[in-house]
Design a protein around this ligand. Sequence first.
Ligand SMILES: Nc1ncnc2c1ncn2[C@@H]1O[C@H](COP(=O)(O)OP(=O)(O)OP(=O)(O)O)[C@@H](O)[C@H]1O
Length: 246
Amino acid sequence: MSRARGPVAALELCQVAKRFRVGDQLIEPLRGVDLAIHDRDYVSIIGPSGSGKSTLLHILGCLDQPDSGQVLIGGDDVSRLDDAALSAFRSRTLGFVFQKFHLLDRMSALRNVELPLDYNPALDRAARRERALACLAQVGLADRAEHRPLQLSGGQQQRVAIARALVNEPRILLLDEPTGNLDPATGAELMEFIDQLRREAGVAVVLVTHDMEMARRAERGFRLVEGRLEPVAETVHALPAGRLAL
Ligand SMILES: Nc1ncnc2c1ncn2[C@@H]1O[C@H](COP(=O)(O)OP(=O)(O)OP(=O)(O)O)[C@@H](O)[C@H]1O
């Protein structure tokens, strides 16, 4: 439901439900999800494998539609937007980082990052390239611009995927298990980078994970339980130093 007071959320889910039918089986991962994401928010969503986290993130990212309930952008119902308005919103406002990177292997890291800008009429080719290079530099990969994804490590590939998500200067970054394919040390490094990005660039972050340590980094934590979000009482930001509990 929409907030009665306070600023209008940048992105909001109201009583969102999603069902899948496979043969005779009905799977209902989302059964009434309410969630409001505001500017500069840092939200984590935790839940076991198969609980519906990716489904939820895809709906939040307007990559999929709910069977019932509403997705609101700045208070406006997404279902009223036509395809052009929706894809403009997606590309200008949202950055999506997938668990499995989703990079194009036949293209260089730079070209992968530049791709979302191909549809930006405000930038000419040189400006697009410059912006993509700046994003690669931001994730520490300026010297790998001409490498193809398969010539990079897993952590580097995920950083290319983050640079691609950042290239349109999104207000909200949606991260689906961003460290799922990385070793613990590389994963921790990547999360430090995401924390820094949020502090310095002010981008709101929605992080989906099954890892409690990662979830604790957020300012607001939720657990997906039987298709609904329950607030997690404590995250690391809300706790006095030294106390960790989830
Ligand atoms: N396109 C689809 N068709 C049928 N069932 C689907 C589809 N997408 C997801 N599901 C089912 O919905 C449920 C939730 O899937 P989802 O991928 O959202 O879970 P998850 O919490 O992200 O899992 P994981 O942590 O393993 O990635 C699962 O039972 C899955 O099999």
